[in-house]
Design a protein around this ligand. Sequence first.
Ligand code: CP
Ligand code: NVA
Length: 306
Amino acid sequence: MKRDLVGLSEWSQEEIWEVLELGIHLKREMRAGIKHDHILRGKTLAMIFQKPSLRTRVSFEVGMWQLGGYALYLGPEDIKLGQRESVEDVALNLSRYVDGIMARVFAHEVVEELARFATVPVINGLSDLLHPCQALADMLTIWEKKRKLEGLTIAFIGDGNNVANSLIEASAKLGLRFRIACPMGHEPSPRIVGEARSLGAEIEILHAPKEAAKDADVLYTDVWTSMGQEAEAEIRRKKFQGYTVDLDLLSLAKPDCLVMHCLPAHYGEEITYEAARSKNSAIFDQAENRLHAEKAVLALLLGGKV
Ligand code: CP
Ligand code: NVA
């Protein structure tokens, strides 16, 4: 049976830990000069992008190459997913050529549909609802820095978006507490919050950044305007005033609090340059760990170890 990564709610705690452990192992060995190009030798990954990307594209492409496989980039103009051809037909065609599909889409239903019709594994490289690969890399980063996950508190400052939703799913599976401070009307998905709470997770929805930041182990933020919401940018810039991770906010958190951001960052909006470059910042470790976490996902899904 093929396995997909559409969202972390479908993955068990054990499967998530398997990815984190394998990711750390691959990272250590790579740093020691050990090659892993036997793991996916001869395998191919199609990468569909409806939206721009730096980290997702580069980490998946480099990751496939380091594992001995090949990744091909299909940009918005190449296949015009759902316009030139239905999502179902794209999934069925690609499944005859490649061993896996990674897709960055607008509507979450599109990645769900790809997974439903493809006969090869489908990985969500970000949808309007979720960003599971980001959350896996982030958990790997926190674990690396703190040597534990259970019982830690993540304070998310800003929009209850795809990144926040996936962090909630990951926190629920791995035992972290999650607090968000967001403007009214920008809360994370009520369904995802409900599911996380039903697993026993502590999820708090707040509106005051200072309240959320107090004694946090991780201060996390993301852009106020996500890809696809550009028309709302001006309104959002006004609504999100004050939802900025800066050195003052950081001083309310624990002294060893990690400052995290999935990137790209808009310095001076959701995060100041000083906070992003402070000794607490882990933003480029997160970016690096996309590579290691995704290599683990690819090895498990395409290498047949799950
Ligand atoms: N964090 C992240 O997914 O970055 P990209 O949009 O550049 O891929
Ligand atoms: N929330 C952002 C994340 C970018 C990686 C967006 O969807 O644009």
